[in-house]
Design a protein around this ligand. Structure first.
Ligand code: HEC
Length: 120
């Protein structure tokens, strides 16, 4: 019984780590230079943990999002995220994410699904 309890506790402790341990699709390699998937860890871009479902520029108040980004009013659902990641400049003119966009539709789908699964 004691042993089982220990295992249950170990499983609980490991769970938050496992949540973001899903393998990143190859399309995400292009993002890694600027984004981390660990909660609260920022690089050139904000951490992507927990971003799905939030309003642009609100996920991490301590990160300096551009005014254009915050003013976009976009909520990161699948449709908006797909649009933005395919064409960041065209979707939010003046935002500071210097990235051309994912052109391959399969890569785009895989990256959106991956970002959706990143929890804080
Ligand atoms: C050259 C650096 C760079 C690259 C490469 C890059 N990003 Fe970004 N990203 C940023 C910056 C900077 C911002 C903040 C934009 C702003 O405030 O105008 C951002 C913003 C975002 C946001 C919105 C965050 C929020 O909280 O509103 C998402 C989602 C995102 N990036 C996903 C990605 C994904 C997925 C990739 C790869 C396909 C990627 N980015 C590639 C720098 C980058």
């Amino acid at each position: 019984m004691k042993k089982m309890l220990g295992l249950a506790v170990a499983a609980l402790l490991l769970a938050p780590v496992a949540a973001n341990a899903q393998e990143a699709p190859k399309g995400f390699n292009a993002c890694k230079a600027c984004h981390k998937v660990e909660a609260g860890k920022h690089g050139v871009g904000p951490s992507l943990a927990g971003v799905f479902g939030t309003k642009a520029g609100t996920n991490y108040p301590e990160f300096k999002y551009s005014d254009a980004h915050k003013a976009s009013g976009l909520t990161w659902d699948e449709a908006n995220l797909s649009k933005y990641l395919a064409d960041p400049k065209g979707t939010i003119p003046g935002n500071k994410m210097v990235f051309a966009g994912i052109k391959n539709p399969d890569d785009l789908k895989a990256v959106v699904a991956y970002v959706k699964g990143l929890k804080k």
